[in-house]
Design a protein. Sequence first.
Length: 146
Amino acid sequence: MFNPRNPNFKDTITEKLKGQHFMHLMGFNLTSIECGRVVGQMPFETKHMQQFGYLHGGATATILDITMGFAAYSLMPIGKGVVTANISIDYFHPGKGDKIIAIGTVEKSGAKMVFTSGKVYVETKGERQLIASARSVMAVVNSVEK
């Protein structure tokens, strides 16, 4: 669907993931990196729960932001990056299961903005339930290298 502007986008994303400290703290890992689409997952653990034992909305928002952001970043040319300009999340069901899966997809990529969508599922014994979906606008920025 999309053509990468950086032929080494997977390697670039893999390198950038080293700086995603909060993602690592949560135990969330990207499992698939494609041009315009990123998938990640984490085991559902006590540290992800809110007071009723369900997946915390903030954890849900974080993994949506990560997957949608890196889906957008997969389309960036060398020297450009993205930051979240807007995110809107709808929560459908309380999340509780063995595994949490998030998928971020680019809907439209432009020179200044990238429009993305995302979904979060809980999985129990191989069966998935959609618990949240989101839309986000990612602003294209010049990359800042350390």
